[in-house]
Design a protein around this ligand. Sequence first.
Ligand code: NAD
Length: 477
Amino acid sequence: MTTITVAKGDGIGPEIMDATLRILKEAGAQLKIEEIEVGEKVYLGGNTAGISNESWDIIRRNKIFLKAPITTPQGGGYKSLNVTTRKFLGLYANVRPCKSIHPFVQTKHPVMDVLIIRENEEDLYAGIEHQQTDEVVQCLKLISRPGCEKIIRYAFEYAKQQGRKKVTCFTKDNIMKQTDGLFHKVFDEIAIEYPEIENEHWIIDIGAAKLADTPEAFDVIVMPNLYGDILSDVAAQITGSVGLAGSANIGEECSMFEAIHGSAPRRAGQNVANPSGLLQGAIMMLNHIGQNDVAAKIQNAWLKTMEDGIHTYDIFQEGVSKKLVGTKEFADAVINNLGMAPSTLEPVKSQVNATLNLPKYVRKAPKNKELEGVDLFVHWAGTDPNALAELVKPILNENQQLVMITNRGIKVWPDGFKETFCTDHWRCRIKAENGLFQKQYIIELMKSASDLNIDIIKTENLYRFDGVAAYSLGQGQ
Ligand code: NAD
Protein backbone atom coordinates (compact mmCIF):
# COMPACT_ATOMS: atom_id res chain seq x y z
CA MET A 1 0.00 0.00 0.00
CA THR A 2 1.41 3.41 -0.97
CA THR A 3 0.07 6.64 0.47
CA ILE A 4 -0.23 9.31 -2.20
CA THR A 5 -1.30 12.94 -2.08
CA VAL A 6 -4.15 13.88 -4.40
CA ALA A 7 -5.29 17.35 -5.46
CA LYS A 8 -8.47 17.53 -7.51
CA GLY A 9 -7.62 20.98 -8.87
CA ASP A 10 -9.92 23.35 -10.74
CA GLY A 11 -12.14 23.45 -13.82
CA ILE A 12 -12.44 19.94 -15.24
CA GLY A 13 -9.96 18.75 -12.56
CA PRO A 14 -12.42 17.19 -10.06
CA GLU A 15 -14.28 15.29 -12.80
CA ILE A 16 -11.20 13.79 -14.45
CA MET A 17 -9.65 13.03 -11.05
CA ASP A 18 -12.79 11.19 -9.87
CA ALA A 19 -12.84 9.18 -13.09
CA THR A 20 -9.13 8.36 -12.77
CA LEU A 21 -9.31 7.34 -9.10
CA ARG A 22 -12.30 5.13 -9.78
CA ILE A 23 -10.36 3.29 -12.52
CA LEU A 24 -7.30 2.90 -10.26
CA LYS A 25 -9.43 1.48 -7.46
CA GLU A 26 -11.28 -0.98 -9.68
CA ALA A 27 -7.99 -2.13 -11.20
CA GLY A 28 -6.70 -3.04 -7.74
CA ALA A 29 -4.11 -0.28 -7.22
CA GLN A 30 -2.86 -0.41 -3.64
CA LEU A 31 -3.21 3.25 -2.73
CA LYS A 32 -4.14 5.20 0.36
CA ILE A 33 -5.25 8.67 -0.63
CA GLU A 34 -4.67 11.87 1.29
CA GLU A 35 -6.45 14.77 -0.38
CA ILE A 36 -5.33 18.38 -0.25
CA GLU A 37 -6.92 21.59 -1.51
CA VAL A 38 -4.77 23.64 -3.91
CA GLY A 39 -5.42 26.15 -6.66
CA GLU A 40 -8.08 28.73 -7.38
CA LYS A 41 -9.95 28.66 -4.04
CA VAL A 42 -6.71 28.88 -2.10
CA TYR A 43 -5.40 31.69 -4.36
CA LEU A 44 -8.61 33.66 -4.08
CA GLY A 45 -8.64 33.06 -0.32
CA GLY A 46 -5.63 35.38 -0.21
CA ASN A 47 -2.74 32.89 -0.51
CA THR A 48 -0.76 34.04 -3.60
CA ALA A 49 1.10 30.71 -3.71
CA GLY A 50 -2.17 28.73 -4.09
CA ILE A 51 -1.18 26.19 -1.45
CA SER A 52 -1.01 26.13 2.36
CA ASN A 53 1.98 25.11 4.50
CA GLU A 54 0.02 22.11 5.80
CA SER A 55 -0.46 20.90 2.22
CA TRP A 56 3.28 21.21 1.55
CA ASP A 57 3.90 19.06 4.63
CA ILE A 58 1.56 16.36 3.31
CA ILE A 59 3.12 16.39 -0.17
CA ARG A 60 6.63 16.16 1.28
CA ARG A 61 5.68 13.38 3.67
CA ASN A 62 3.96 11.20 1.06
CA LYS A 63 6.47 12.02 -1.72
CA ILE A 64 4.06 10.90 -4.48
CA PHE A 65 1.63 13.53 -5.72
CA LEU A 66 -1.17 13.01 -8.24
CA LYS A 67 -2.43 16.42 -9.33
CA ALA A 68 -5.31 17.53 -11.52
CA PRO A 69 -4.91 20.80 -13.47
CA ILE A 70 -5.10 24.08 -11.63
CA THR A 71 -6.35 27.49 -12.74
CA THR A 72 -3.84 30.24 -12.06
CA PRO A 73 -5.92 33.44 -11.71
CA GLN A 74 -4.83 36.12 -14.21
CA GLY A 75 -3.07 39.20 -12.82
CA GLY A 76 -2.78 39.87 -9.09
CA GLY A 77 0.77 38.49 -8.85
CA TYR A 78 -0.36 34.86 -8.47
CA LYS A 79 2.53 32.46 -9.08
CA SER A 80 1.89 29.28 -11.06
CA LEU A 81 1.64 26.48 -8.53
CA ASN A 82 2.87 23.99 -11.12
CA VAL A 83 6.15 25.81 -11.63
CA THR A 84 6.53 26.40 -7.85
CA THR A 85 5.92 22.73 -7.04
CA ARG A 86 8.42 21.52 -9.62
CA LYS A 87 11.11 23.82 -8.29
CA PHE A 88 10.45 23.53 -4.54
CA LEU A 89 10.44 19.74 -4.70
CA GLY A 90 13.41 19.52 -7.09
CA LEU A 91 11.35 17.73 -9.75
CA TYR A 92 14.04 18.13 -12.38
CA ALA A 93 12.77 15.72 -15.03
CA ASN A 94 9.50 16.12 -16.88
CA VAL A 95 8.69 13.02 -18.89
CA ARG A 96 6.00 13.25 -21.57
CA PRO A 97 5.26 10.26 -23.79
CA CYS A 98 3.48 11.20 -27.03
CA LYS A 99 2.23 8.18 -28.94
CA SER A 100 -0.44 8.03 -31.59
CA ILE A 101 -3.16 5.41 -31.43
CA HIS A 102 -3.88 5.21 -35.10
CA PRO A 103 -6.33 4.43 -36.65
CA PHE A 104 -8.54 4.87 -33.60
CA VAL A 105 -7.69 8.51 -32.95
CA GLN A 106 -7.23 10.67 -36.00
CA THR A 107 -3.67 11.86 -36.55
CA LYS A 108 -1.50 12.78 -39.51
CA HIS A 109 1.27 10.74 -37.87
CA PRO A 110 0.15 7.12 -37.51
CA VAL A 111 3.44 5.64 -36.30
CA MET A 112 4.49 8.40 -33.94
CA ASP A 113 5.98 7.32 -30.60
CA VAL A 114 8.08 10.14 -29.16
CA LEU A 115 9.15 10.51 -25.57
CA ILE A 116 9.95 14.07 -24.59
CA ILE A 117 12.18 14.63 -21.59
CA ARG A 118 12.14 18.25 -20.55
CA GLU A 119 14.43 19.90 -18.02
CA ASN A 120 12.02 21.20 -15.43
CA GLU A 121 13.73 23.60 -13.04
CA GLU A 122 15.92 26.15 -14.76
CA ASP A 123 16.37 28.01 -18.06
CA LEU A 124 14.12 31.07 -18.50
CA TYR A 125 11.69 29.48 -16.02
CA ALA A 126 13.91 30.60 -13.15
CA GLY A 127 11.65 33.62 -13.67
CA ILE A 128 14.34 36.17 -12.79
CA GLU A 129 13.13 39.27 -14.60
CA HIS A 130 13.92 42.96 -14.29
CA GLN A 131 13.10 46.19 -16.02
CA GLN A 132 16.42 47.94 -16.46
CA THR A 133 15.71 51.00 -18.57
CA ASP A 134 12.62 52.75 -19.88
CA GLU A 135 12.79 50.62 -22.97
CA VAL A 136 14.31 47.30 -21.93
CA VAL A 137 13.28 44.41 -19.70
CA GLN A 138 15.35 41.33 -19.09
CA CYS A 139 14.76 37.64 -18.24
CA LEU A 140 17.80 35.71 -17.06
CA LYS A 141 18.39 32.36 -18.71
CA LEU A 142 20.18 30.15 -16.19
CA ILE A 143 21.58 26.81 -17.25
CA SER A 144 23.68 24.85 -14.77
CA ARG A 145 26.01 21.90 -15.19
CA PRO A 146 24.20 19.85 -12.49
CA GLY A 147 20.89 20.72 -14.18
CA CYS A 148 22.20 19.49 -17.56
CA GLU A 149 23.91 16.39 -16.19
CA LYS A 150 20.86 15.29 -14.22
CA ILE A 151 18.34 15.66 -17.04
CA ILE A 152 20.56 14.24 -19.78
CA ARG A 153 21.59 11.25 -17.69
CA TYR A 154 17.93 10.73 -16.85
CA ALA A 155 17.09 10.73 -20.56
CA PHE A 156 19.72 8.10 -21.39
CA GLU A 157 18.87 5.91 -18.38
CA TYR A 158 15.16 6.11 -19.18
CA ALA A 159 15.86 5.29 -22.81
CA LYS A 160 17.95 2.30 -21.76
CA GLN A 161 15.33 1.02 -19.34
CA GLN A 162 12.50 1.39 -21.86
CA GLY A 163 14.48 -0.26 -24.66
CA ARG A 164 14.54 2.94 -26.71
CA LYS A 165 17.09 3.20 -29.51
CA LYS A 166 17.99 6.85 -29.83
CA VAL A 167 18.24 10.04 -27.77
CA THR A 168 18.10 13.37 -29.60
CA CYS A 169 19.07 16.70 -28.06
CA PHE A 170 17.50 20.00 -29.22
CA THR A 171 19.24 23.31 -28.47
CA LYS A 172 19.98 26.64 -30.09
CA ASP A 173 23.69 26.57 -29.35
CA ASN A 174 24.66 28.22 -32.62
CA ILE A 175 23.32 31.42 -31.01
CA MET A 176 23.47 30.78 -27.25
CA LYS A 177 26.95 29.34 -27.06
CA GLN A 178 27.28 29.53 -23.29
CA THR A 179 23.84 28.36 -22.07
CA ASP A 180 22.60 26.03 -24.80
CA GLY A 181 26.25 25.34 -25.55
CA LEU A 182 26.66 23.82 -22.07
CA PHE A 183 23.54 21.68 -22.51
CA HIS A 184 24.86 20.35 -25.83
CA LYS A 185 28.38 19.80 -24.45
CA VAL A 186 27.07 17.80 -21.46
CA PHE A 187 24.86 15.81 -23.86
CA ASP A 188 27.94 14.85 -25.90
CA GLU A 189 29.87 13.93 -22.74
CA ILE A 190 27.13 11.71 -21.32
CA ALA A 191 26.17 10.13 -24.67
CA ILE A 192 29.63 8.49 -24.75
CA GLU A 193 28.68 6.51 -21.63
CA TYR A 194 25.80 4.89 -23.56
CA PRO A 195 27.36 3.42 -26.71
CA GLU A 196 24.37 1.11 -27.21
CA ILE A 197 22.04 4.10 -27.68
CA GLU A 198 22.27 6.24 -30.79
CA ASN A 199 22.57 9.96 -30.13
CA GLU A 200 22.19 13.09 -32.23
CA HIS A 201 21.80 16.84 -31.83
CA TRP A 202 19.49 19.12 -33.80
CA ILE A 203 19.28 22.89 -33.79
CA ILE A 204 15.87 23.47 -32.21
CA ASP A 205 14.26 25.42 -35.07
CA ILE A 206 14.77 22.82 -37.76
CA GLY A 207 14.38 20.05 -35.16
CA ALA A 208 10.96 21.40 -34.20
CA ALA A 209 9.93 21.62 -37.85
CA LYS A 210 11.05 18.03 -38.40
CA LEU A 211 9.22 16.89 -35.25
CA ALA A 212 5.96 18.50 -36.41
CA ASP A 213 6.36 17.07 -39.90
CA THR A 214 8.03 13.68 -39.40
CA PRO A 215 7.79 12.71 -35.72
CA GLU A 216 8.60 9.10 -36.57
CA ALA A 217 12.22 10.23 -37.11
CA PHE A 218 12.53 10.69 -33.33
CA ASP A 219 12.53 8.38 -30.35
CA VAL A 220 13.55 10.15 -27.09
CA ILE A 221 14.16 13.93 -27.21
CA VAL A 222 15.82 15.80 -24.35
CA MET A 223 15.54 19.58 -24.15
CA PRO A 224 16.00 22.61 -21.92
CA ASN A 225 12.86 23.80 -20.12
CA LEU A 226 11.26 26.34 -22.49
CA TYR A 227 11.76 24.35 -25.69
CA GLY A 228 10.50 21.23 -23.91
CA ASP A 229 7.41 23.00 -22.65
CA ILE A 230 6.42 24.18 -26.11
CA LEU A 231 7.39 21.11 -28.10
CA SER A 232 5.82 18.59 -25.75
CA ASP A 233 2.46 20.30 -26.28
CA VAL A 234 3.02 20.28 -30.03
CA ALA A 235 4.01 16.61 -29.93
CA ALA A 236 0.99 15.67 -27.78
CA GLN A 237 -1.39 17.63 -29.98
CA ILE A 238 -0.22 15.96 -33.21
CA THR A 239 -0.84 12.49 -31.77
CA GLY A 240 -4.50 13.50 -31.83
CA SER A 241 -5.27 15.61 -28.74
CA VAL A 242 -3.51 17.25 -25.79
CA GLY A 243 -6.26 15.57 -23.77
CA LEU A 244 -4.50 12.22 -24.24
CA ALA A 245 -1.09 12.94 -22.75
CA GLY A 246 0.12 12.54 -19.19
CA SER A 247 3.35 13.59 -17.63
CA ALA A 248 5.64 12.64 -14.78
CA ASN A 249 7.70 15.20 -12.87
CA ILE A 250 10.51 13.32 -11.21
CA GLY A 251 12.87 14.43 -8.47
CA GLU A 252 15.39 12.65 -6.29
CA GLU A 253 12.89 12.38 -3.42
CA CYS A 254 9.44 13.40 -4.58
CA SER A 255 7.48 13.11 -7.80
CA MET A 256 4.32 14.57 -9.24
CA PHE A 257 2.07 13.08 -11.92
CA GLU A 258 -0.45 15.03 -13.98
CA ALA A 259 -2.11 15.56 -17.35
CA ILE A 260 -0.28 17.94 -19.65
CA HIS A 261 -3.37 20.02 -20.39
CA GLY A 262 -4.87 22.74 -18.19
CA SER A 263 -8.14 23.09 -16.29
CA ALA A 264 -10.23 23.88 -19.42
CA PRO A 265 -12.67 26.03 -17.36
CA ARG A 266 -15.16 26.33 -20.23
CA ARG A 267 -15.69 22.55 -20.14
CA ALA A 268 -15.98 22.27 -16.37
CA GLY A 269 -18.96 20.64 -14.67
CA GLN A 270 -20.43 19.22 -17.89
CA ASN A 271 -19.12 15.65 -17.72
CA VAL A 272 -17.49 16.06 -21.15
CA ALA A 273 -13.72 16.22 -20.44
CA ASN A 274 -11.43 13.41 -21.46
CA PRO A 275 -9.80 11.91 -18.35
CA SER A 276 -7.14 10.10 -20.45
CA GLY A 277 -4.32 12.61 -19.84
CA LEU A 278 -4.62 12.35 -16.07
CA LEU A 279 -5.10 8.58 -16.32
CA GLN A 280 -1.85 8.35 -18.33
CA GLY A 281 -0.14 10.39 -15.59
CA ALA A 282 -1.57 7.99 -12.99
CA ILE A 283 -0.29 4.97 -14.97
CA MET A 284 3.19 6.52 -14.95
CA MET A 285 2.78 6.94 -11.19
CA LEU A 286 1.88 3.28 -10.70
CA ASN A 287 4.96 2.24 -12.68
CA HIS A 288 7.06 4.63 -10.61
CA ILE A 289 5.93 3.11 -7.30
CA GLY A 290 6.36 -0.45 -8.52
CA GLN A 291 2.70 -1.35 -9.12
CA ASN A 292 3.62 -2.31 -12.65
CA ASP A 293 1.05 -5.06 -13.16
CA VAL A 294 -1.82 -2.74 -12.29
CA ALA A 295 -0.32 -0.07 -14.56
CA ALA A 296 -0.21 -2.48 -17.49
CA LYS A 297 -3.73 -3.74 -16.77
CA ILE A 298 -5.13 -0.19 -16.87
CA GLN A 299 -3.14 0.77 -19.96
CA ASN A 300 -4.42 -2.27 -21.86
CA ALA A 301 -8.03 -1.58 -20.78
CA TRP A 302 -7.59 2.03 -21.89
CA LEU A 303 -6.13 0.99 -25.26
CA LYS A 304 -9.04 -1.38 -25.76
CA THR A 305 -11.51 1.41 -24.95
CA MET A 306 -9.80 3.59 -27.56
CA GLU A 307 -9.94 0.70 -30.01
CA ASP A 308 -13.64 0.10 -29.25
CA GLY A 309 -14.26 3.66 -30.45
CA ILE A 310 -15.68 4.80 -27.10
CA HIS A 311 -14.52 8.39 -27.26
CA THR A 312 -14.99 11.73 -25.53
CA TYR A 313 -15.85 14.78 -27.65
CA ASP A 314 -12.24 15.95 -28.14
CA ILE A 315 -11.26 12.84 -30.10
CA PHE A 316 -14.69 11.85 -31.41
CA GLN A 317 -14.66 11.46 -35.17
CA GLU A 318 -17.64 10.43 -37.25
CA GLY A 319 -16.89 7.18 -39.09
CA VAL A 320 -14.01 6.23 -36.78
CA SER A 321 -15.53 6.58 -33.30
CA LYS A 322 -18.42 4.34 -32.30
CA LYS A 323 -19.87 6.08 -29.28
CA LEU A 324 -19.64 9.60 -27.90
CA VAL A 325 -19.36 9.44 -24.13
CA GLY A 326 -18.86 11.74 -21.17
CA THR A 327 -16.15 11.60 -18.54
CA LYS A 328 -17.99 9.16 -16.25
CA GLU A 329 -19.09 6.83 -19.05
CA PHE A 330 -15.58 6.76 -20.45
CA ALA A 331 -14.28 5.67 -17.04
CA ASP A 332 -17.03 3.00 -16.86
CA ALA A 333 -15.91 1.67 -20.24
CA VAL A 334 -12.27 1.46 -19.14
CA ILE A 335 -13.37 -0.33 -15.94
CA ASN A 336 -15.42 -2.82 -18.00
CA ASN A 337 -12.33 -3.53 -20.10
CA LEU A 338 -10.03 -4.21 -17.13
CA GLY A 339 -8.39 -7.58 -17.67
CA MET A 340 -8.76 -7.31 -21.44
CA ALA A 341 -6.22 -6.32 -24.05
CA PRO A 342 -6.47 -4.43 -27.34
CA SER A 343 -6.51 -6.58 -30.47
CA THR A 344 -5.10 -4.23 -33.13
CA LEU A 345 -2.97 -1.95 -30.99
CA GLU A 346 -0.03 -3.59 -29.33
CA PRO A 347 -0.81 -4.53 -25.72
CA VAL A 348 1.70 -3.32 -23.13
CA LYS A 349 3.62 -5.67 -20.86
CA SER A 350 4.24 -5.07 -17.18
CA GLN A 351 7.40 -2.96 -16.80
CA VAL A 352 10.23 -4.11 -14.58
CA ASN A 353 12.59 -1.99 -12.48
CA ALA A 354 10.57 1.14 -13.11
CA THR A 355 12.51 3.35 -10.72
CA LEU A 356 15.81 4.56 -12.09
CA ASN A 357 18.82 4.55 -9.85
CA LEU A 358 20.71 7.58 -10.96
CA PRO A 359 24.07 8.55 -9.54
CA LYS A 360 24.19 11.70 -7.42
CA TYR A 361 25.71 14.72 -9.12
CA VAL A 362 29.40 15.06 -8.28
CA ARG A 363 30.84 18.54 -8.42
CA LYS A 364 33.99 18.78 -10.53
CA ALA A 365 37.23 20.38 -9.28
CA PRO A 366 37.03 24.15 -9.72
CA LYS A 367 38.72 25.61 -12.77
CA ASN A 368 41.23 28.40 -12.71
CA LYS A 369 39.09 31.53 -12.90
CA GLU A 370 40.64 34.82 -14.02
CA LEU A 371 38.88 38.15 -14.27
CA GLU A 372 39.77 39.99 -17.43
CA GLY A 373 37.24 42.76 -17.62
CA VAL A 374 33.71 43.91 -17.02
CA ASP A 375 30.60 44.73 -19.02
CA LEU A 376 28.95 47.87 -17.70
CA PHE A 377 25.30 48.16 -18.75
CA VAL A 378 24.23 51.77 -19.06
CA HIS A 379 20.81 53.40 -19.27
CA TRP A 380 21.41 56.26 -21.69
CA ALA A 381 18.84 58.08 -23.79
CA GLY A 382 21.30 59.32 -26.46
CA THR A 383 21.52 57.92 -29.96
CA ASP A 384 25.14 58.33 -31.08
CA PRO A 385 27.40 55.57 -29.71
CA ASN A 386 30.47 57.80 -30.32
CA ALA A 387 29.03 60.28 -27.82
CA LEU A 388 28.52 57.48 -25.26
CA ALA A 389 32.11 56.33 -25.76
CA GLU A 390 33.33 59.88 -25.02
CA LEU A 391 31.10 59.96 -21.93
CA VAL A 392 32.42 56.66 -20.58
CA LYS A 393 36.14 57.03 -21.35
CA PRO A 394 36.78 59.50 -18.49
CA ILE A 395 35.82 56.85 -15.87
CA LEU A 396 38.64 54.52 -17.04
CA ASN A 397 42.09 54.53 -15.44
CA GLU A 398 45.24 54.64 -17.59
CA ASN A 399 45.45 50.83 -17.60
CA GLN A 400 41.86 50.27 -18.80
CA GLN A 401 40.38 50.27 -22.26
CA LEU A 402 36.87 50.58 -23.64
CA VAL A 403 36.84 47.62 -26.04
CA MET A 404 33.37 47.93 -27.51
CA ILE A 405 29.84 49.14 -27.00
CA THR A 406 26.87 47.01 -27.98
CA ASN A 407 23.16 47.68 -28.08
CA ARG A 408 20.95 44.59 -27.69
CA GLY A 409 24.09 42.53 -28.34
CA ILE A 410 25.07 44.22 -31.64
CA LYS A 411 28.38 46.04 -31.75
CA VAL A 412 27.70 49.73 -32.39
CA TRP A 413 31.10 51.11 -31.38
CA PRO A 414 33.77 51.27 -32.69
CA ASP A 415 32.83 51.22 -36.38
CA GLY A 416 29.09 50.69 -35.94
CA PHE A 417 26.54 51.01 -38.73
CA LYS A 418 24.27 54.03 -38.68
CA GLU A 419 21.44 51.72 -39.77
CA THR A 420 21.53 49.71 -36.51
CA PHE A 421 18.52 50.53 -34.35
CA CYS A 422 19.50 51.46 -30.81
CA THR A 423 17.49 51.42 -27.60
CA ASP A 424 18.37 53.14 -24.30
CA HIS A 425 20.18 49.97 -23.04
CA TRP A 426 23.92 49.94 -23.77
CA ARG A 427 26.74 47.56 -22.85
CA CYS A 428 30.24 49.00 -22.47
CA ARG A 429 32.94 46.33 -22.39
CA ILE A 430 36.00 47.35 -20.41
CA LYS A 431 39.24 45.40 -20.18
CA ALA A 432 42.69 46.00 -18.74
CA GLU A 433 45.48 46.90 -21.20
CA ASN A 434 47.82 44.40 -19.52
CA GLY A 435 45.12 41.70 -19.29
CA LEU A 436 44.92 41.76 -15.48
CA PHE A 437 41.68 43.04 -14.05
CA GLN A 438 40.65 43.27 -10.41
CA LYS A 439 37.29 43.31 -8.66
CA GLN A 440 38.33 46.59 -7.04
CA TYR A 441 38.39 48.23 -10.49
CA ILE A 442 34.68 47.54 -10.88
CA ILE A 443 33.92 49.36 -7.65
CA GLU A 444 36.11 52.28 -8.80
CA LEU A 445 34.43 52.36 -12.20
CA MET A 446 30.98 52.39 -10.56
CA LYS A 447 32.03 55.23 -8.27
CA SER A 448 33.45 57.33 -11.13
CA ALA A 449 30.37 56.64 -13.25
CA SER A 450 28.10 57.69 -10.41
CA ASP A 451 30.14 60.91 -9.95
CA LEU A 452 29.68 61.68 -13.66
CA ASN A 453 25.94 60.81 -13.58
CA ILE A 454 26.35 57.82 -15.85
CA ASP A 455 23.44 55.49 -15.01
CA ILE A 456 24.89 51.97 -14.66
CA ILE A 457 22.04 49.51 -14.32
CA LYS A 458 24.11 46.34 -13.96
CA THR A 459 27.53 44.83 -14.42
CA GLU A 460 28.70 41.43 -15.64
CA ASN A 461 32.18 40.13 -14.92
CA LEU A 462 34.24 38.80 -17.84
CA TYR A 463 36.03 35.63 -16.84
CA ARG A 464 38.39 33.14 -18.37
CA PHE A 465 37.98 29.60 -17.01
CA ASP A 466 41.21 27.58 -17.47
CA GLY A 467 42.32 30.20 -19.95
CA VAL A 468 39.17 30.07 -22.10
CA ALA A 469 37.06 33.22 -22.45
CA ALA A 470 33.69 32.40 -20.85
CA TYR A 471 31.45 35.11 -22.26
CA SER A 472 29.95 35.91 -25.62
CA LEU A 473 31.50 38.33 -28.08
CA GLY A 474 29.40 41.20 -29.39
CA GLN A 475 27.64 40.34 -32.66
CA GLY A 476 29.85 41.76 -35.35
CA GLN A 477 32.86 42.00 -33.01
P1 NAD B 1 -6.31 24.03 -21.33
O1 NAD B 1 -5.39 22.90 -21.61
O2 NAD B 1 -6.98 24.04 -20.02
O3 NAD B 1 -7.48 24.01 -22.40
C1 NAD B 1 -7.33 24.27 -23.78
C2 NAD B 1 -8.45 23.59 -24.55
O4 NAD B 1 -8.11 22.24 -24.74
C3 NAD B 1 -9.80 23.56 -23.82
O5 NAD B 1 -10.60 24.65 -24.10
C4 NAD B 1 -10.41 22.29 -24.31
O6 NAD B 1 -11.06 22.53 -25.52
C5 NAD B 1 -9.23 21.40 -24.59
N1 NAD B 1 -8.98 20.43 -23.52
C6 NAD B 1 -7.99 20.49 -22.59
N2 NAD B 1 -8.03 19.42 -21.79
C7 NAD B 1 -9.06 18.67 -22.22
C8 NAD B 1 -9.61 17.43 -21.79
N3 NAD B 1 -9.10 16.75 -20.77
N4 NAD B 1 -10.68 16.96 -22.44
C9 NAD B 1 -11.19 17.61 -23.47
N5 NAD B 1 -10.73 18.78 -23.93
C10 NAD B 1 -9.67 19.30 -23.31
O7 NAD B 1 -5.51 25.37 -21.58
P2 NAD B 1 -5.86 26.89 -21.24
O8 NAD B 1 -7.29 27.17 -21.61
O9 NAD B 1 -4.78 27.66 -21.85
O10 NAD B 1 -5.70 27.03 -19.67
C11 NAD B 1 -6.77 27.02 -18.73
C12 NAD B 1 -6.23 27.11 -17.32
O11 NAD B 1 -5.43 25.97 -17.04
C13 NAD B 1 -5.35 28.33 -17.06
O12 NAD B 1 -5.68 28.88 -15.82
C14 NAD B 1 -3.94 27.76 -17.00
O13 NAD B 1 -3.12 28.50 -16.12
C15 NAD B 1 -4.20 26.39 -16.46
N6 NAD B 1 -3.17 25.38 -16.80
C16 NAD B 1 -2.86 24.49 -15.83
C17 NAD B 1 -1.96 23.48 -16.09
C18 NAD B 1 -1.65 22.49 -14.98
O14 NAD B 1 -2.27 22.56 -13.93
N7 NAD B 1 -0.69 21.59 -15.19
C19 NAD B 1 -1.36 23.36 -17.35
C20 NAD B 1 -1.72 24.29 -18.35
C21 NAD B 1 -2.64 25.28 -18.06
